[in-house]
Structure formats: structure tokens, C-alpha cells
Design a protein around this ligand. Structure first.
Ligand code: FE
Ligand code: FE
Ligand code: ZN
Length: 280
């Protein structure tokens, strides 16, 4: 089963997001838990959650992937910013229990001159403070492009964070194809090699979701500029190989391409067609 959808821009509740995704041909989606720049989360509406659950069941949705605000920096140098990151993550995880058993993905952070190892320690400290044994949400660290002082641009950095976290079983990785490519992993010419490297360092069982994006820039460019599927340097063929890869079977693929719903509908249809064509 191919679970594919886009990061939805609609924000009027879970049921509306699911309806938009069904209209786009999707069966999973991503969404911001609150304004991407931070700020207050929406009030929880139980009726909306019930409606969402019914739609997700009827349309065989896979797990959905909540995205933390991208301004959240768990390894900021300033303490008040780390407190904001910790409180935001704790609050988001509590609210995620309204839709149990899904994913919550976040950018590990930018060390802003403190150095990667200090960044790794600070990120792990926040994860140790917010993860609970009771939570049913798996928290995903996103692979980063390595723009500026981003932590998580190599599989080793993600592993080092995970190794410092007590409740490792609550963690996983979200593999962003644009970021990994920009980070210097050649998924175009050697997808098997990249996934093999991921397996030996982090373990493929920890790869829980994919952000499926093309990239405007070349291998190792550390730029993080997403392109539409087939309109960047990664290209359609390599991205189809990603969704077809047996090691990634059954996980959610989320488009974060610069599109509107019409564009995402076309991308989802094209990718579904390519996925189906592989079947014997
Ligand atoms: Fe992201
Ligand atoms: Fe991403
Ligand atoms: Zn990105």
C-alpha cells in the first residue's frame, strides 16, 4: 500500500484536512501543530477529531505526520528559546494524544555557533524532558540539509542525539529527500547505498516517514530549497525509486513541494501511477 499525501495548507481542523487530502488523492498528510512561526495552538475540538477518525478509516489512511513549528530550536544558545521549544513540544505531544499513534516530526535545531556536539547535547536534553512512557506518538527527527548551523545533516548526528535519549523507543527519523540530497547523500545514483548507510548507522526500522521533495540545488549544496517533483536536480525517476523501495514499504510519503492543491493532486496521481506500474 502506498501512503502518500502533502503537507496541507488548510487549517480548519483534522476533518477538513482529511477531506482536502481525499480530494487531492492522498491517504496521509502532514500539518503544522500551530502557526509555523510558533504561537498558540488551536483549541481541540472533539467532534472534529471524531469526524476525522471516521474519514481516515473509510479512506484507509496511513499514519499522519504532524510538524512542529520550524522556528522551534531545541539547541538554541538562549535559554528562553530552549524553554519555548521544550514547552511547545510537551504541549504538542499532549495534544497529539487526541489522535493517538501518529507521528510528530521536528527539525533538531541550529547550534548557532555553539558547535555540533553542544547542539546534540541540548537537543537530547529537551527530548529527555518531554518524552513520556504513556505517549503513543512517535517523535521523528528530520534529516537536515545542513544550512547554516543545522544539526542533523548527517545520519551520525541523528544517531548521536538518539543515543543520548532514554526513551529511544519513542523516537524515529523522518527522511527528507531534498535535505538528504543537499546534505551530500546521493539518492539519485546510489539509493541502495544511502539506505544501507542509514541502516548501519541508525537502523532502517527507525525510518518512519519520508518527506518527498525535489531539490533546486545540487548534491551536497546545503541549501534546502524544495522543488516540485521532477523539476529539480533529484528528478522524477529517483523519487519514484524512493517510493518503490522495498525497505520503505508502508510508510507515509509527504510532499512538501511548492504547490497548491491542484499541483499536489497532479503529483500524487503521477506518483501513484508510477508506483502501480512497478507491480508484477
Ligand atoms: Fe521539516
Ligand atoms: Fe521536510
Ligand atoms: Zn526543507
Amino acid at each position: 500500500m502506498l501512503y502518500i499525501g502533502n503537507h496541507t495548507t488548510s487549517s480548519k481542523g483534522y476533518a477538513q484536512m482529511a477531506r482536502q487530502m481525499i480530494a487531492n488523492g492522498g491517504n496521509t498528510f502532514a500539518f503544522f501543530t500551530r502557526n509555523p512561526r510558533g504561537g498558540k495552538a488551536k483549541a481541540i475540538d472533539r467532534k472534529d477529531v471524531e469526524n476525522y477518525r471516521a474519514l481516515a478509516e473509510e479512506h484507509h489512511f496511513g499514519k499522519i505526520v504532524a510538524h512542529a513549528p520550524y522556528t522551534m530550536n531545541a539547541c538554541a544558545a538562549k535559554e528562553d528559546l530552549r524553554v519555548f521549544a521544550r514547552e511547545t513540544m510537551a504541549d504538542d505531544l499532549m495534544r497529539m494524544e487526541m489522535i493517538p499513534g501518529n507521528y510528530y516530526n521536528f527539525h533538531p535545531g541550529s547550534h548557532v555557533g555553539q558547535g555540533t556536539s553542544e547542539g546534540i547535547l541540548k537537543i537530547a536534553e529537551i527530548l529527555n524532558a518531554v518524552l513520556t512512557e504513556e505517549q503513543t506518538t512517535t517523535v521523528l527527527l528530520e534529516t537536515m540539509a545542513g544550512k547554516g548551523s543545522e544539526v542533523g545533516k548527517t545520519f551520525e548526528e541523528l544517531r548521536d542525539i538518539m543515543n543520548l535519549v532514554e526513551k529511544k523507543h519513542k523516537l524515529g527519523v523522518c527522511f527528507d529527500t531534498c535535505h538528504v540530497w543537499d546534505g551530500g547523500y546521493d539518492i539519485v545514483n546510489d539509493l541502495d547505498g544511502v539506505l544501507g548507510t542509514f541502516d548501519s548507522i541508525i537502523g532502517l526500522s527507525n525510518l518512519k516517514a519520508v518527506h518527498l521533495n525535489d531539490s533546486l540545488n545540487g548534491l551536497g549544496s546545503h541549501k534546502d530549497r524544495h522543488a516540485k517533483i521532477g523539476e529539480g536536480m533529484i528528478g522524477m525517476e529517483a523519487l519514484v525509486n524512493v517510493i518503490r523501495h522495498p525497505a520503505l514499504e508502508g510508510i507515509p510519503f509527504i510532499l512538501e513541494t511548492p504547490n497548491d492543491d491542484e499541483g499536489w493532486t497532479k503529483e500524487i496521481a503521477a506518483l501513484r501511477k508510477a508506483y502501480e506500474e512497478m507491480k508484477p
